[in-house]
Design a protein. Structure first.
Length: 409
C-alpha cells in the first residue's frame, strides 16, 4: 500500500467516525463518501448499498450513487417469494455461498458474466465490480445467513469504468475503510430504525417526543385538544361469525383509512383499542382543532361509504362506524410503570369522550359531538344539530349533544 493510500485511509476513516458520531443519515454519509473517493482518485462509477430495514411496509432499503446522476434510494417491499432480480444478483450468491468478498473484472474483452446486473454494467462501459458483505450480527455457524431473510448488516458494491478497473491501492482503501463505513452506517440505520418504529407504534408526534428524550415516567404536558374516538359497529358479533384472518384484514383496511384521514388533517393517532381508534387534534387554538376534527369527520364518513361499498362488492366483510368528538384539557405524556410506559392522554375530557361514544345506540346517530366542540366550532361552516341534554355515566351535569348534518346525505 502506498504512502498516499495509507494517508487516504486514515483521513477517510477519521471522517467516517466524525460523521457517524454527528448523526449523519445513511444518505448523507454515502453521498459524501463517494465524493471523497473521487477526490482521492478512486475511479468510482457506481456505488450500491443494501441494508435490512425494520419497518412494517418494507423489508430493506437500497442506496445508489452514480457519478453522472448522483444519489438515490429505494425501499424494497416485503414479498412472499423472492423476486427474480434478487435471486440472480451477486449479493444473493454471496449470502448463499457465505462469500464475504467478491470481485469480477467485467471489462475484459469477450467476458460474459453469469449475473444479468454485471452484464448490463459491462454494456454501459463498466470494467470492474467489487462487492462485500458486512454482517452486524453473528450468523448461526450451522446455518449461515439466509439470503431470503437477510440478516442485519450491509451489502455493498463498487463499480469502476477505468480502463484497468480499480488498482490494488484503490481496493486496499475500500477494504481498509469498510469496517468504519459499516459502523457509521449501522449507527445511522439504528437511529432511523428507532425513528421509524416509534412513529409507527406511538404516532408521529409521540414518537418524535420519545426520541427527543421525553421518556421520564410522569412527564406530562397539559393541552387543550379535541378528542376523536372512532369505533367500528357490530364488531363483537362479527368476530364470532368471521374467520380471524378476515377480521384482521378488515380491521387493517378500515384503520388504514381512518389513520390516513386523521393525519391529513393534522391530527395525531394515539392508540388502537380493539375495534376502536383514539386520536386528538391539537392546533394551539381550540377553534382550529375543532375545524380540523370536523373536516376529518366529514372526509371519514365519505371514505367509509366508499370503502364499505367496495368491500361489499368483492364479497368481503364490511361494517359501519361511530364517531364521538369532545374537547377540553388533557394531559399528554408518559404514564405507566418504570419498565412499561405508554405515551398517551388522560383526563376527564378523554373519559367523557368514551361516555359520549356509548350513546350512539340510544340516539341512533353515527356522529356525536359535545357542547365543548360546538362552542369551539362557531367559526366553521358546519351545521351541528342539537340532539338534547343527556346524563352521561360518571358525569355530574347533563350534557348537550349534537350531530353533524351533512347536506345531501
Amino acid at each position: 500500500m502506498s504512502s498516499q493510500t495509507i494517508a487516504n485511509t486514515k483521513n477517510l476513516s477519521e471522517w467516517l467516525v466524525a460523521n457517524g458520531l454527528e448523526g449523519a443519515s445513511q444518505g448523507q454519509l454515502l453521498e459524501e463518501y463517494c465524493n471523497k473517493l473521487l477526490a482521492m482518485g478512486v475511479p468510482l462509477l457506481r456505488l450500491h448499498v443494501a441494508q435490512r430495514a425494520f419497518h412494517p411496509e418494507y423489508g430493506g432499503i437500497g442506496f445508489d450513487w452514480l457519478r453522472e446522476s448522483g444519489f438515490s434510494d429505494e425501499q424494497y417491499t416485503y414479498s412472499e417469494t423472492p423476486v427474480q432480480q434478487w435471486l440472480a444478483s451477486p449479493f444473493y450468491m454471496m449470502l448463499q455461498e457465505r462469500i464475504w468478498e467478491y470481485r469480477e473484472r467485467i471489462g475484459i474483452e469477450g467476458h460474459q458474466s453469469t449475473f444479468p446486473l454485471l452484464q448490463g454494467l459491462q454494456e454501459s462501459g463498466a470494467t470492474d465490480y467489487v462487492a462485500a458483505a458486512v454482517l452486524f450480527e453473528k450468523p448461526d455457524p450451522s446455518k449461515g445467513p439466509d439470503p431470503n431473510d437477510t440478516p442485519e448488516g450491509m451489502l455493498i458494491s463498487w463499480t469502476s469504468d477505468a480502463a484497468d478497473g480499480f488498482s490494488d491501492d484503490d481496493v486496499a482503501l475500500l477494504k481498509e475503510t469498510l469496517p468504519v463505513l459499516g459502523l457509521a452506517l449501522k449507527s445511522a440505520a439504528n437511529r432511523q430504525m428507532a425513528s421509524d418504529l416509534l412513529k409507527v407504534y406511538l404516532g408521529r408526534d409521540a414518537g418524535q417526543r420519545v426520541l427527543s428524550g421525553e421518556i421520564r415516567r410522569g412527564s406530562l404536558q397539559s393541552l387543550d385538544a379535541v378528542i376523536f374516538y372512532f369505533d367500528l359497529s357490530g364488531f363483537t358479533v362479527m368476530t364470532e361469525q368471521i374467520p380471524a384472518p378476515s377480521i384482521v384484514e378488515m380491521l387493517n383496511d378500515y384503520f388504514a383509512l381512518a389513520v390516513k384521514i386523521v393525519r391529513e388533517h393534522g391530527g395525531h393517532v394515539l392508540k388502537f383499542m380493539g375495534d376502536g381508534m383514539l386520536a386528538m387534534f391539537d392546533h394551539g387554538e381550540l377553534g382550529d382543532a375543532a375545524k380540523s376534527a370536523l373536516d376529518a369527520s366529514v372526509d371519514l364518513g365519505a371514505g367509509m361509504e366508499v370503502l364499505s361499498a367496495g368491500r361489499a362488492a368483492k364479497g368481503l366483510p364490511h361494517t359501519g362506524y361511530t364517531l364521538a368528538l369532545h374537547a377540553g384539557e388533557i394531559l399528554y405524556g408518559n404514564i405507566g410503570a418504570e419498565t412499561r410506559l405508554d405515551f398517551t392522554v388522560i383526563g376527564s375530557a378523554v373519559n367523557q369522550t368514551a361516555r359520549i361514544g356509548g350513546m350512539h345506540g340510544a340516539l341512533g346517530q353515527k356522529m356525536l359531538i359535545s357542547q365543548a366542540v360546538q362552542n369551539a366550532a362557531v367559526d366553521t361552516e358546519y351545521d351541528l344539530v342539537p340532539l338534547g341534554r343527556y346524563m352521561l355515566r360518571g358525569v355530574t351535569e347533563p350534557q348537550m349533544l349534537y350531530t353533524l348534518y351533512l347536506r345531501g346525505s
